[in-house]
Design a protein around this ligand. Structure first.
Ligand SMILES: NC(=O)c1ccc[n+]([C@@H]2O[C@H](COP(=O)([O-])OP(=O)(O)OC[C@H]3O[C@@H](n4cnc5c(N)ncnc54)[C@H](OP(=O)(O)O)[C@@H]3O)[C@@H](O)[C@H]2O)c1
Length: 218
């Protein structure tokens, strides 16, 4: 069965590249937004790149309702409000959290949020009925933007549900990367904390998409 993936807050930098890659590899993709019109407009631009109408746009709640797998790509400061408005509709689903707890303007500094990590906070907010998985935090939007490019970055996947982690690993592969089971959701703190380190490397070495690669595993 073709799975439907909703990318909540998918209209920004990170969501569109993931949407293009997943749509090309056969997923049904819905971009979510606070404004359905904005989501439809970004979806139209992506469909033009694809040359086919594969991506839809909807308000976040409608997108989440229609999907088996939801992916959250909002700034950390928006995570709590976004998830509290979607708590009911997300029950029974997998939520892949891409959110990194950055604290602008210090985006090159590791910030540990009160709940341990953004993904553990999401799990605590949503309750056990939602299987939260942390993934894709180390993949820069610049990497994803040209959806035909190979991505020189691996995806570390943390979560407490094996099947939910398997979905995220399959999505990493569908987007052209390797995905690895990186342990329980409490390990998300390490993965989220790598992102400000990578942003700092981008700035210091004048590149756009520093990433991570796991050695020793084929
Ligand atoms: N950009 C990257 O390279 C990258 C890489 C790895 C991880 N991440 C993480 O992925 C997440 C998304 O990154 P991004 O660069 O795509 O973010 P972004 O472009 O700043 O925002 C993504 C979307 O979130 C929604 N949003 C923004 N402010 C909001 C608010 N106050 N309340 C509710 N929704 C709001 C907007 O959607 P609507 O206006 O359509 O609702 C926006 O298009 C972040 O947590 C980031 O740290 C980003």
């Amino acid at each position: 069965m073709t799975k439907t993936v909703a990318i909540l807050g998918g209209t920004g930098h990170e969501g569109p590249g993931l949407a293009l890659r997943w749509a090309r590899s056969g997923y049904k993709v819905i971009l979510g937004s606070r404004q359905a019109e904005k989501a439809r407009s970004v979806a139209n631009e992506l469909n033009q790149k694809l040359g086919k109408n594969l991506i839809k746009g909807e308000a976040n709640a409608i997108a989440a309702q229609a999907a088996e797998i939801c992916v959250l790509t909002v700034p950390y400061k928006a995570q709590e409000a976004t998830l509290s408005s979607l708590r009911e509709v997300l029950q029974g689903k997998v939520l892949i959290n891409v959110t990194v707890p950055l604290q602008p303007p210090h985006v090159t500094h590791v910030n540990l949020p009160p709940g341990g990590s953004a993904s553990e906070e999401a799990q605590a907010m949503l309750g056990e009925g939602v299987r939260v998985v942390a993934a894709f935090q180390n993949v820069g939007a610049a990497h994803l933007a040209n959806d035909k490019d190979t991505i020189d970055c691996d995806v570390l996947v943390c979560g407490d549900d094996k099947d939910a982690k398997a979905e995220a690993i399959t999505l990493a592969e569908a987007a052209g990367m390797r995905g690895f089971d990186a342990g329980p959701l409490k390990n998300a703190v390490a993965v989220e904390a790598l992102t400000p380190v990578l942003i700092g490397l981008n700035i210091r070495y004048k590149v756009k998409a520093a990433g991570i690669k796991i050695s020793g595993i084929k």
